[in-house]
Design a protein around this ligand. Sequence first.
Ligand code: BGC
Length: 351
Amino acid sequence: MKKLLVSLIAFIIVLSGCSSGDSDQVTIGVLMPTQSAQRWIQDGEYVTELLEEKGYAVELQYAEDNPQTQVSQIENMITKGVDLLIVAPVDGGALTVPLSQAASANIPVISYDRLLTNTDAVSYYVTFDNYGVGVLQANYLVEKLDLENSKDSLNLEVFAGSPDDNNAQFFYNGAMDTLKPYIESGALTVPSGQTDFETVATLRWDAATAQTRMDNIITSNYSDKKVDVVLSPYDPITLGVISSLKSAGYSSSDLPTTTGQDADVSSVKSIIAGEQTMTIFKDTRLLAEATVDVVEKVLNGEEPVVNNTTDYDNGNFVVPTITIEPKAVDQDNYKETLIDSGYYTAEELGV
Ligand code: BGC
């Protein structure tokens, strides 16, 4: 009887082990920078959905723009024994220590949209053509304002992203390299004189910081002139700049020509309403797909196909990269680009 009981208990233990089925499940740790921006929420959702479809377990965490939180999150994930990490850093250079711990634990790391810098512990980088984002923004301005032929000089103000995000410098360089000839020819003037990256950068992409900077620029430089053009790298910064201009008395119809990035719902609505002029659409569904493809290849010991082996030097080495093409969106093409592609419904955009 006792023997029977022991075998029965052993049988139940084995069964319960099997029925969980989870013991062999591969777990992917996904670290995103913040939930305060719409795009990162979408990124988290798409990546999780695709990984789960492929049978992976997912640990998704947001660091709410705090680099130290992200350090702890990576350490915890290593302790829990995740099999691979996908990281979109808050501060690209702040994760050297936890990433070297991941390397020691043989956990591969994929850099997601933002480059992980000052580390050897990154296998691949999956992102958009970041320099291309800036070029698209600037070329849009060149064409829209006909800068090739303009006789008057237009007043431009320049904003950039967060200095601890490697992308910010790429966006800025792409845009400023393209606008430079027009600044030199006088087709564009920058009344504030603020054009170098350090001065125009916006820590943590914070819209309120940009709004305050715009308030100060208007007060100090625009008592007798109007802002005609604003180069903004990011939709919430653009909306912050627009709020500042409105507080200074600009009406919807005399706002400057503005750029943006991410095709956030609030900004697309603003474009439809004729306030913000354009944005850059980065299809995060494609980014998620490309990333999950890299995850599978890395875990199967295969080599993903990369398309950029020159541009993304992270301070330690040039990280093999997959880039996806961004697209300019304005009033003329938002329907086909954002609604027909199924990215948003007409209801979400209020049309
Ligand atoms: C991303 C942009 C985003 C910005 C702010 C960048 O790293 O590439 O798409 O607008 O961060 O979140």
